[in-house]
Ligand binder design. Structure first.
Ligand SMILES: *Cc1c(COP(=O)(O)O)cnc(C)c1O
Length: 406
């Protein structure tokens, strides 16, 4: 009698685009008795987070912290800047751009969406035309997704600032860096970003539940002119608290603060620039594998142009039902969880099963990436999905620093 042997025991690997892998140092920091919230260490830790968050975001602007996921930061950013009936321009390159626009509509804003599809970046001519058409400067903010996690398209935020300046348009530039902060190079001040949103569970390597809105003086002036901002989302007391409870508009997220402290220590011990370089090299290894597999058969990278690919997440098209079959196979046989395709086909449509995503954000190193790619390659073989050979070998070459044969 034969018995199928699965090989998924051992430490599991969640390779999805958030939540990301939580480092042991973060887990250890969180494993403690409930701390004193009135005095002592927790207060000091919270104060110490602010400059270290600013260093990751490359800004001298303020940061407001929310006990919320990324959707909460989306709402917070809008609640402080856009009143009911005011206009925003959304540049969408995937599901998350669309989602932020829906959030604005929910708050009563007039929302113009420029939708560039799921595989391309912004068409700057179209953006320029939309800004030029707005002769009365009714557009209060441009909502830009730096990396859209559903498509894995990475957009050029600095170029958008240059365009706004060239057109002389005063709209706030608001960037969603939830998937990119601590992964892809992002320079809030140098790139002229007025408002930026991020969350704890992606490049910041801390469990979901805390999110951030960074804002500069221009944005603070816009906030000051708002007739009314809902008290809970108001970033003023959070950014400049007079009392400790004001950081969070109530009880502090105690254990998350310890975890985030440990995560920021990891980032700054490595150095932000090195964190970006590591993500880039690991992404290049993943692309090398995927490009080799795509030489034959149905697997293709969603974004063809390397310069437009995120260094934190890679979206793949593989045809239905291969995406779901592959994800199921690596979960049960390798102990590896891959991301679902998001926004590529409606749930319920058989085509939904033709996509998957690899998360490679945060606490990820070369052996994890090689193991993850090896698991996918084994799955392609086990499921008889036709694919080009040499994917893992191509990734190993990148990691070895060798030039890839093209
Ligand atoms: C994850 C993500 C979000 C949503 O964050 P949640 O924590 O799931 O609410 C928004 N935008 C981008 C770019 C993301 O990657």
């Amino acid at each position: 009698m034969t018995q199928e042997i699965t090989l998924s025991q051992g430490r599991e690997y969640l390779a999805i685009p958030g939540p990301s892998v939580v480092p042991d140092a973060v887990l250890r920091a969180m494993h403690r008795a409930a701390p004193n919230i009135y005095a002592g260490e927790l207060i000091e830790i919270t104060r110490s987070l602010v400059p270290d968050l600013q260093r990751v975001a490359r800004t001298s602007g303020q940061v407001a912290i929310y006990i919320a996921n990324g959707h909460g930061a989306w709402e917070a950013a809008l609640a402080n800047t856009v009143a009911e009936g005011e206009r925003v321009l959304v540049l969408a390159t995937g599901r998350f751009g669309i989602g932020w626009g829906e959030m604005a509509r929910g708050l009563g804003a007039e929302v113009d969406v420029l939708d560039f599809g799921k595989q391309a970046t912004w068409d700057m001519e179209q953006v320029a035309a939309a800004l030029r058409a707005d002769t009365g400067h009714a557009i209060k903010a441009v909502l830009a997704t730096h990396v859209d996690t559903s498509s894995s398209v990475r957009n050029d935020v600095a170029a958008l600032r240059a365009l706004l300046d060239a057109e002389g348009h005063p709209a706030l530039l608001m960037a969603d860096c939830i998937a990119s902060l601590g992964c892809d190079r992002f320079e809030m001040d140098d790139w002229g970003v007025d408002v930026m949103v991020a969350a704890s569970q992606k490049g910041l390597m801390t469990p979901p539940g805390v999110s951030f809105v960074f804002f500069n003086d221009r944005a603070a002036e816009v906030r000051a002119r708002m007739k009314r901002v809902s008290m809970y989302w108001d970033w003023v007391p959070r950014g400049d608290p007079q009392e400790f409870y004001q950081y969070f508009g109530g009880t502090a997220p105690t254990h998350h603060l310890y975890g985030l402290r440990a995560a920021l220590d990891l980032i700054h011990a490595e150095g932000v620039e090195h964190v970006w370089a590591r993500h880039q090299r690991l992404a290049e290894a993943i692309w090398a594998a995927c490009e080799a597999w795509s030489d034959e058969g149905p697997l293709h990278l969603n974004v063809a142009d390397r310069t437009l690919r995120s260094h934190a997440v890679t979206a793949l098209r593989i045809g239905s039902p291969h995406g779901t079959a592959l994800r199921d196979w690596v979960t049960s046989h390798v102990g590896l969880t891959l991301g679902i395709g998001l926004g590529m086909a409606p749930p319920g449509d058989p085509a939904w099963h033709g996509f998957f995503r690899i998360g490679h954000m945060g606490h990820v190193n070369a052996h994890m990436v090689l193991g993850m790619l090896g698991g996918i390659e084994a799955g392609l073989a086990a499921l008889d999905i036709p694919h080009g050979s040499g994917g893992v070998a191509a990734a190993a070459k990148v990691i070895a620093g060798a030039r890839q044969a093209l």
